[in-house]
Design a protein around this ligand. Sequence first.
Ligand code: OXD
Length: 309
Amino acid sequence: MAFLIIAPDTKVTSWVKHLSLLDPGIDVRIWPDTGDADEIEFALSWHHPSGEFNKYKNLKCIASLGAGVDHILTDPNLPAGVPITRVVEHSMAQSMSEYVVLGVLNHCRQFDAYRTDQSKKKWQPRIPQLAADMRIGIMGLGQLGTDVANKLSTLGFPVSGWSQTFKNIEGVDCLAGADALDDFLSQASILICMLPLTPKTRGILNHDTFDKLPTGAYVINVARGQHLIEKDLLAALDSGRLSGACLDVFAVEPLPQTHPFWHHPKIIVTPHISSITFAKAVAPQIIENYKCAQTGKPLLNVVDPKKGY
Ligand code: OXD
């Protein structure tokens, strides 16, 4: 049984090291050097070329290298019946929460404005936004969304969460389903998108959504660039409907050099780093699934392709 890493734009040295430390006998192949395709029974994947998995007729599992699986499920030529798994891991939730908490606090305490003041040697105290007055609205209450909700709630922010199916999180006002969306949006001074990318959620950050938020709301997108209609965001920022946005993900990555987001005074751009997959932390669950695939035991963190997560 061979283990294929198929992640064309990712450095995989650390993955090979940690997988091999956990299973010294493992036969890791790195795409496109696959060797005999019939020997490949497990694939660890991040942005594979479409249709590629059909070449491996003994494939028993396609494992996403990250939390999201949209990069796998958007392939129209996936082999039928091969289970797909995702990463669910504490360090990814920790890393995501650090990023989102920073984005929220940066906005509330106006650190960007102070940086500008500093460059002009300007001493200008500003009234901070009180946490208690800033309701946070988190779209998506999976492992990552729940961690963010708990951490922001601990910091004293009132937190609402919105998801497809109802969740119960202590201290968080949980709403679910399309009927609850308007109510959820109408209260969110800071809207955080943490949804999986599915046909239902694609383009959800659009003009109508922004229009339902309180005037001057702030948007953080750490999910996928395809959730956002970029021109609607620019219009909402320019009209003052929204006060700013912190974006970690983009429809095209890397963000093209000529893209207007780079220079927009109300947008913070970061290069898809909100939640980092650390090979050292994640390799144990990948190896566990590799062993389950070998022995026919149930896999961990299997996704439902119909739901898209
Ligand atoms: C992920 C990501 O899905 O980093 O894990 O985007």
